[in-house]
Ligand binder design. Structure first.
Ligand SMILES: *Cc1c(COP(=O)(O)O)cnc(C)c1O
Length: 382
């Protein structure tokens, strides 16, 4: 069977679980409880149970989840928030929106996650929070981040949009899921994420009941009781239809993540012995659920490789092409973060989703290895 290779194959995944999904959607249509229907509460409880966290607060998307989490901390204008520069813009964006100052920090070149040594160097009397992003499905060094946060009395808000289901192994032997470890955690159910719905969705996690209550109030217009407002909030809800879809898909999350891990192992085995390619480095304190399978190209012109792959009907993506501290809205925070800058120039993400097959993966690896061996593709910058 020849199927088109995609970065993410939502269609074939849907077909696998179509009858359950269609039934769940039809139930919501029948009830017409499109907002705050019973599926939303059920999903909240299912996710609390899966993550082993006291409070899940569903909301409209992962960016809102970060905004609500930060709002619940009641910070002062220009308080500083430490954020990795090699990531998606959401954390920096909501920081600026709330009149706070993002302090961009470099990442570890091998794991792509925030460099813990760099965090401490960037702490000032105005620093109030750290937002570690568990990038591409692997945890940031959250145990050490918590120690730094405790030392300087900072909040930790984990961005777990790419790591729903990732386990962190602590040195005392306990295991916890990313997003449930800091004061607050957030995620996104955007269609390409590991746990995803068929539109926008997100959630906030916390074991702190006081912060949970604040997040709930903020997400519903600042009102604890409808029409009685306690503070300025926003309108951020998870649709009942999306919750119904998520209730089905949550049951498959462990299997879906296992499939991604299997495909990652396959890529590793084919690509590991090529000096032009650095395969993803796995840390020792978490597992990796491969939201992305991202390699680093060494001494190779990335554009030429991507063109070559594209001509062979193999898509690839660059996450992320430009460091946040070089982007227009954040240019006032400009500095030199050399590892982030180098990664932006050399990373390449390969197709990764739950529906890959051996034939597709063989073709991807074969063509990639062919591309990096073309003499004309080598670059002089290394
Ligand atoms: C996807 C993503 C978000 C934002 O999620 P949305 O639901 O699209 O708002 C935030 N942070 C990271 C790291 C993400 O990958």
């Amino acid at each position: 069977m020849r199927t088109e290779i995609k970065m993410v194959d939502l269609k074939n995944q849907y077909l696998k679980i179509k009858s359950e999904i269609d039934f769940a959607i039809s139930q919501v249509l029948d009830s017409t409880e499109f907002i705050n229907g019973k599926e939303v509460k059920i999903f909240q409880q299912n996710l609390e149970h899966y993550l082993e966290v006291k409070n899940v607060i569903p909301c409209a998307n992962g960016t809102d989840a970060l905004q609500i989490a930060l709002m619940s901390l009641d910070l002062q204008p220009f308080d500083e928030i430490i954020i990795p520069s090699f990531t998606f813009a959401a954390a920096a964006e909501v920081t600026k929106l709330l009149n706070l100052t993002p302090i961009f920090v470099d990442v570890d070149f091998e794991t792509f996650n925030i460099d813990v040594q760099e965090i401490e160097k960037n702490i000032s009397p105005k620093t109030k929070a750290i937002i570690p992003v568990h990038l591409f499905g692997q945890a940031a060094n959250i145990e050490e981040i918590l120690q730094i946060a405790a030392k300087y009395d900072l909040f930790v808000v984990e961005d777990a949009a790419q790591s729903l289901g990732t386990n962190v192994y602590f040195s005392n032997g306990t295991t916890k899921k990313t997003g449930t470890i800091g004061h607050l955690g957030t995620t996104s159910f955007f269609p390409t994420k590991n746990l995803s719905c068929y539109g926008d969705g997100g959630a906030i996690f916390t074991n702190n009941d006081f912060l949970a209550e604040k997040c709930r109030i903020i997400a519903q217009h600042g009102a604890k009781t409808k029409y009685f407002y306690e503070r300025i909030g926003i309108n951020s809800r998870l649709d009942t239809l999306q919750a119904a879809i998520l209730n089905v898909k949550l049951k498959y999350l462990e299997n879906f993540n296992a499939a991604r891990q299997e495909f990652a192992n396959f890529y590793d085995s084919k690509l590991k012995n090529n000096e032009k390619i650095s395969i993803p480095v796995r840390n020792s304190f978490s597992n990796h659920i491969f939201h992305q399978y991202t390699i680093v190209l060494n001494g190779i012109n990335r554009d030429k490789v991507r063109d070559f792959l594209q001509k062979n009907e193999i898509p690839s993506m660059i996450y992320y092409p430009v460091p946040l501290h070089f982007q227009k809205p954040y240019i006032s925070e400009q500095k030199n973060l050399l590892k982030t800058e180098k990664l932006c120039d050399s990373v390449l993400s390969l197709p990764m989703h739950t529906e890959l097959n051996v034939e597709q993966q063989n073709k991807i690896c074969e063509k990639l290895l062919e591309a990096v061996s073309i003499p004309d593709f080598s670059s002089d910058n290394k």
